[in-house]
Design a binder for this molecule. Structure first.
Ligand SMILES: Cc1ncc(COP(=O)(O)O)c(C=O)c1O
Length: 473
């Protein structure tokens, strides 16, 4: 029997607070029969968000193609009998049939390592439509530069694994950040180089902030390879304007850095507007990785692990004659392919039902209802913060999170103690600011604004009471 085993030290040191001690305590409380509310993670369906009907109907047909014929027959009979029973529309049946034809081998076979070409073509079209770009003008999206992934987390891991050789390789990440980045840099053995977003200016970024971080790392002989940008931001919810994107592009160009643009919240804007890094980059020769996912937005299909990375620019690596995308392909081939259901969802995200079809109205109303609901929930929580002494929340409301600063934490305690006590008292499971990084001496927490409105109506007054009591202790 093994008594000891030596493992990769990086994995021992790696941390991921979103599922750290606070959520472990929440799991214990649940085991003891207490109700907790999982606001520690952006996992909408775990908090009651219903899946988009169109997605699930198509998926069910893809998984069991025989049901297409049966459903067609059924719907004909129902029409003859003039019965209105929930059934699959023509649009859904035709869509699934068309997909199966294009997939050729169904959902149970490995696909091309990059993902099937027809899905990559659909994604390229989706990107061009979103960015008002086209291949003819030189700034369009190329299906050959798109790789399907098991969610954006997988994309981030693949990119960092390729960029980082050892500890001297640095990756600039925003602080606060989504800890996928700090954890993956650690796991790959690289060095995390922080750039601190300016909280008082709504978590903005300036050239000075970027240069200061770069210069300090350079003095420590860190070779910075890339800069990570999360837009809209997690945990801050901030949305970058074109000017800020422009200055990050200038900075990357000046220092020969790749940009990793995590754009998984591009639909979570609540009145704000999204500009992609690909669009602002135009035809500039800057290496850009853009990440997207079916987990977020209004899709909320976290468990199905769909996503993609689009790579702009294809430099030669290590003066070997080999191109970056060849390495990407080799890396993808080792895992054979990303999961096929995630691929199918990514296709549906890129190619939703068209206006005028009989599936469109339901799809559009579910989409609007999810996004409106999220906005309302964010406003409810922001209104509650106003009743908590010393709680300030900066930034616009994007993504799925609020990241308030808690200014009056009692001496000798910190935001971890606060979040633990909040959990014990109210069942609300949040993540303390330290898990994302924060300026020394400040205290924050992140809450995902996902629980149902009725649950928020119940728990927010309890939180306000808890807070005002906690800080006066
Ligand atoms: C900024 C950001 N990137 C990536 C992810 C991971 O997404 P996925 O489920 O696609 O792996 C998350 C999940 O919360 C996220 O917030």
């Amino acid at each position: 029997m093994f008594e000891h085993i030596s493992v990769n030290q990086n994995l021992i040191e790696m941390e991921y607070a979103v599922r750290g001690k606070i959520s472990q305590r929440a799991a214990e409380l649940e085991q003891e029969g207490q109700i907790t509310i999982a606001c520690n993670i952006g996992n909408p369906q775990a908090l009651g968000q219903k899946p988009i009907t169109f997605y699930r109907q198509v998926l069910s047909l893809l998984e069991y193609p025989n049901s297409i014929t049966r459903e067609r027959e059924l719907s004909r009979h129902l029409n003859t009998l003039e019965l209105s029973v929930d059934s699959y529309s023509d649009t859904v049946l035709n869509y699934a049939e068309d997909m199966l034809e294009k997939m050729k081998t169904g959902t149970g076979a490995y696909t091309e390592s990059k993902g099937p070409l027809f899905i990559r073509e659909a994604i390229a079209e989706f990107i061009d439509k979103r960015d008002d770009s086209d291949a003819g003008s030189g700034n369009g999206s190329d299906p050959e530069s798109i790789f399907l992934t098991n969610g954006a987390s997988d994309a981030a891991r693949r990119i960092l694994e390729i960029l980082i050789s050892d500890k001297s390789d640095g990756i600039m990440i925003p602080i606060p950040q989504y800890p996928l980045y700090s954890a993956t840099i650690k796991r790959c053995g690289g060095t995390q180089v922080n750039y601190f977003l300016d909280e008082d200016s709504d978590w903005s970024v300036t050239s000075e902030i970027l240069s200061e971080s770069y210069d300090n790392a350079e003095k420590s002989e860190i070779n910075i390879k890339a800069i990570v940008v999360i837009n809209p931001g997690n945990p801050t919810g901030s949305i970058l304007d074109e000017e800020s994107i422009g200055l990050i592009l200038d900075f990357a160009e000046k220092h020969d850095l790749a940009i990793i643009a995590d754009e998984v919240y591009q639909d979570n804007l609540y009145g704000g507007s999204f500009t992609s890094f690909a669009k602002e980059r135009g035809t500039r020769n800057i290496l850009l990785f853009s990440l997207h996912s079916t987990s977020k937005g209004f899709h909320g299909e976290c468990g199905h692990r769909g996503g993609y990375v689009e790579i702009r620019s294809n430099p030669e690596v290590n003066k070997s004659g080999i191109k970056l995308m060849d390495i990407f392909l080799k890396q993808a081939s080792v895992s054979l392919c990303s999961n096929t259901i995630g691929q199918c969802l990514t296709y549906m995200m890129a190619t939703p039902p068209e206006k005028g079809t009989n599936a469109f109205a339901l799809y559009a109303s579910e989409k609007t209802s999810i996004l409106t609901d999220l906005e309302e929930k964010a406003s409810m929580i922001i209104a509650a913060f106003k009743k908590m002494e010393g709680v300030k929340c900066f930034g616009r409301t994007g993504a799925m999170y609020l990241f308030p600063r808690i200014d009056h934490i009692p001496e000798g305690t910190n935001d971890f103690d606060y979040c633990m006590a909040l959990l014990e008292e109210t069942g609300l499971c949040t993540v303390n600011g330290e898990g994302f990084g924060q300026r020394e001496g400040t205290n924050h927490l992140r809450i995902a604004f996902l629980p149902p409105i009725t649950q928020l109506q119940e728990v927010l007054p309890q939180w306000i009471a808890f807070h005002n009591d906690y800080i006066s202790a």
